[in-house]
Write a protein that binds this ligand. Structure first.
Ligand SMILES: NC(=O)c1ccc[n+]([C@@H]2O[C@H](COP(=O)([O-])OP(=O)(O)OC[C@H]3O[C@@H](n4cnc5c(N)ncnc54)[C@H](O)[C@@H]3O)[C@@H](O)[C@H]2O)c1
Length: 371
């Protein structure tokens, strides 16, 4: 039997809602492979409260740089507001640590390319948290679609219809281009269209609209898009925080079956259904059911996949081209919405205004959408 790999020394940067609610349980679930050794927060009261609730003697810091110098962790989990992600991810990579950073990984393609350059220098990797790609349901659907078992993908709908109130947007970093990077396109629907891209592969063309209909924000509170994929499939995408009946939904009509996922903030096997086309023999459709072992989508599942990659000596999922593709989709959706023109994959390079910022140089954009 090969020896069990050593436990990775982990630091968290940011001790707010997502780190406490999702990263801590993930670390606990992988306690045989991880050890939380340090926590960073600029808010000393939050830091103290966090350290008091975790087991063991976790060192506390109010600066990520000081923590990296003193602790030299193996893995850094970044859960700060989005405008800090690039700087903290690059610093951790330069200190030789792997990074698992909350979405969005950064605010623009230019910032992503800084992270990629830091990866090249350090040899460490940065992955972005998109927990809905992970777990048994998503893995099974991807395998069925990629293998051709369901026939060619033809039409898809990707719907993030969530609801956020004024109190939610009272948090200063939310709804602003410079701190959140955008509205529900960057902050909410990004999970579901990341999963759409994971299932359908590269896209070629996008047309889009965005509006701010309700909230007192800089960025949009709803966006819609039409997408053409390289495999020929057409898709609709909705990213909304204005929808009282909240739902996350993905539907892919393939030549032989419709795949549907209906959930809110996470899915298990029972949330996936496969409906065969009339011409499909019943025995064939029975084999599509998701296998019995239920691994829900979660930070726990994604952290496990990153640790597996580390043990195998490979680039972790959610890093490199995968991370960039989802950010490029966001940039293209904004460019299409702002310019009113279709945007092609690959066209947003250095020099394009939408390369440096999702608002393409128009932070004062005021999409009312109202007559
Ligand atoms: N994956 C998901 O499902 C999911 C869900 C919610 C939020 N998020 C993402 O998680 C991130 C954090 O969101 P949240 O809701 O936990 O926010 P939060 O405000 O609850 O927590 C952020 C924490 O970062 C700390 N912080 C601020 N500046 C810092 C700095 N320079 N160094 C260290 N700490 C600093 C704050 O004091 C706060 O404790 C965002 O990027 C958000 O989009 C992801």
């Amino acid at each position: 039997m090969s020896p069990r790999p050593a436990r990775r020394r982990v630091a968290v940067v940011g001790t707010g809602a997502i780190v406490t609610g999702s990263h801590l349980p993930a670390l606990a679930a992988h306690a045989d492979r991880t050890e939380l050794v340090a926590a960073v927060d600029v808010d000393p009261a939050r830091l103290d409260a966090f350290r008091a609730r975790v087991p063991g003697d976790v060192a506390g810091y109010t600066s990520a740089g000081a923590m990296l110098d003193a602790v030299r962790p193996d893995l850094v989990l970044v859960g700060t507001p989005p405008s800090l992600h690039r700087e903290q991810t690059v610093a951790a990579l330069k200190a030789g640590a792997w990074v698992l950073c909350e979405k969005p990984l950064c605010l623009s393609l230019a910032e992503y390319d800084d992270i990629a350059a830091a990866e090249d220098v350090s040899g460490a990797y940065a992955s972005v948290i998109f927990q809905h790609r992970y777990g048994s349901g998503a893995a099974h659907a991807r395998e069925l679609i990629a293998s051709g078992e369901l026939g060619a993908p033809l039409v898809a709908h990707c719907q993030t219809t969530w609801h956020r109130d004024a109190a939610y947007y009272a948090v200063p970093w939310r709804g602003r281009w410079s701190t959140e990077g955008g509205g529900p396109t960057m902050g909410h629907g990004i999970h579901q269209y990341d999963l759409l891209l994971h299932l359908l592969g590269p896209w070629t063309e996008i047309r889009a609209m965005a509006s701010r209909l309700v909230h007192d924000t800089e960025s949009e509170d709803v966006s819609t898009a039409l997408v053409r994929f390289e495999n020929g499939a057409l898709a609709t995408v909705v990213n909304s925080v204005l929808s009282p009946a909240e739902m996350s939904r993905l539907r892919v009509d393939c030549a032989d079956a419709t795949v549907e996922l209906t959930h809110l903030y996470g899915h298990g096997n029972d949330d996936w259904t496969y409906t065969p086309a009339r011409h499909v023999a019943p025995g064939r459709a029975a084999a599509w059911r998701t296998p019995a072992a239920d691994v829900p989508s979660s930070h726990t599942a994604q952290l496990g996949a990153v640790l597996d990659a580390w043990d195998a000596g490979t680039r972790p999922p959610g890093s490199g081209g995968e991370a960039r593709a989802t950010l490029e989709f966001a940039a293209a959706l904004y460019k299409a919405a702002f310019t009113g023109r279709p945007v092609r994959s690959g066209e947003i390079g250095a020099g394009d205004p939408f390369y440096s910022a999702m608002h393409g140089g128009h932070p004062d954009w005021a999409p009312t959408g109202r007559p």
